[in-house]
Design a protein around this ligand. Structure first.
Ligand SMILES: Nc1ncnc2c1ncn2[C@@H]1O[C@H](COP(=O)(O)OP(=O)(O)OP(=O)(O)O)[C@@H](O)[C@H]1O
Ligand SMILES: [Mg+2]
Length: 367
């Protein structure tokens, strides 16, 4: 059964249409990540689910019950906010216990719950301190603790790691994921960070200007994006897009680029592409599917001779910027595959993994 079911949801702020018809079903126990650019309506959607905003149209059901007209406190939801305001004059213990006391939980039970949550989040030694005596990462954990002590049906997180440095973020990502495994609760996590979405989600829901652009398992979206937007949103460095047309080269279909380079499409990928011959398309190739051709080529690889323009080593890999068919592309190479700008290389393009986008609709046409 869907734990959360949203149907035809709309939300306006005055004349600003922010949520534009969302249909979403989230099964019990799933970790869903709601991702999208700043301003696309993520917080608004989350706040509407929590009841902090009213839905203008559509229905919200939690555990089979319509909750549109229920106040937030009766929706069985615990939420961690984007700016995790703690009560500055209360000790950490009392901050965590606050929600339980407000719900008239017996004192004996409160103590057990606060301590168990503190243990899980490794903040037991901080319970007697005040918020001003904690670091950003510790405060973040207190805010999460305050939500998880509540035995809620649905947990909502609105960018709970946005104020942390990169290392702490990584650590906390793991901790939240572990928390989900331990509690087995339904959680919705909002972020605009695609890496966070990929690493944490059972399912990603990609929001664009108030509508769902695509949803699915992280690798599904990554490997089978439905639109150019999704293809470009997930992945870092981002997917390369090169203007192209499909041509018939002897008996086989090829992709021809602006400078005349022809890249053969493997037969496993050419089904249904015949009618697209001659139409303006974009060839989409991820940086990790471009490599330096050495020795024998792998099946499905096409090659192109080019010159390195820019070299950016990251340590484990090296990003090389090169020109393919008149477009600058980024290739993610082995650390020592290229050394300096100006170097001539033969690039191998894994055509098994490419996508083709119709420029008229921005939809992916290859399957
Ligand atoms: N209370 C409000 N009154 C009027 N407009 C609002 C209000 N809250 C949000 N908006 C507008 O609604 C749109 C969506 O805002 P929202 O906060 O949902 O975006 P978001 O996806 O959470 O972005 P971010 O990643 O920056 O947090 C924005 O254009 C924003 O300016
Ligand atoms: Mg937001």
């Amino acid at each position: 059964m869907a734990d959360l079911k949203i149907g035809g949801l709309h939300k306006y702020y005055g004349s600003l249409h922010v949520v534009k018809g969302i249909d979403l079903e989230i099964p019990e126990g799933e970790f869903t990540v709601l991702v999208g650019q700043s301003g696309c309506g993520k917080s608004t959607l989350l706040r509407t689910i929590a009841g902090l905003e009213t839905a203008d149209k559509g229905s919200i059901e939690i555990g089979g019950q319509r909750v549109n007209d229920l106040p937030p406190k009766d929706r069985d939801i615990a939420m961690v906010f984007q700016n995790y305001a703690l009560y500055p004059y209360m000790r950490i213990y009392d901050n965590i216990a606050f929600g339980l006391r407000a719900r008239k939980t017996p004192a004996s039970e409160i103590d057990g719950k606060v301590k168990a949550a503190a243990k899980m989040l490794a903040i037991e030694h901080l319970l007697d301190r005040y918020p001003r005596q904690l670091s950003g990462g510790q405060l973040q954990r207190v805010a999460i603790g305050r939500a998880v002590v509540r035995n809620a049906r649905l947990y909502l997180f609105d960018e709970p790691l946005s104020n942390l440095d990169a290392q702490l973020r990584e650590e906390m990502r793991g901790e939240i994921k572990r928390l989900h495994q331990e509690l087995g609760k339904t959680m919705i996590y909002v972020t605009h960070d695609q890496i966070e979405a990929m690493t944490m989600a059972d399912r990603i829901v990609l929001l664009r200007e108030g509508v769902i652009e695509q949803q699915g398992a992280p690798l599904d979206l990554y490997e089978r994006p439905a639109t150019r937007y999704v293809a470009g949103f997930l992945g870092s460095p981002t997917m390369n897009f090169i203007p192209a047309v499909i041509i018939l080269n002897g008996m086989k279909l090829s992709v021809r680029l602006g400078d005349g380079t022809a890249l053969e499409i493997p037969s496993s990928r050419s089904g249904g592409l015949g009618p697209w011959q001659g139409k303006p398309l974009l060839l989409g190739v991820r940086p990790e599917h471009l490599s330096r051709a050495t020795g024998e080529l792998r099946p499905g690889a096409a090659t192109c001779d080019t010159k390195v323009d820019l070299v950016q080593p990251t340590g484990s890999r090296t990003y090389a910027t090169l020109n393919v068919g008149g477009t600058q592309v980024v290739a993610e190479m082995q650390a020592h595959d290229v050394s300096a700008p100006g170097e001539r290389v033969t690039l191998a393009i894994d055509m098994n993994r490419m996508i083709l986008v119709d420029t008229a609709t921005d939809k992916v046409i290859s399957s």
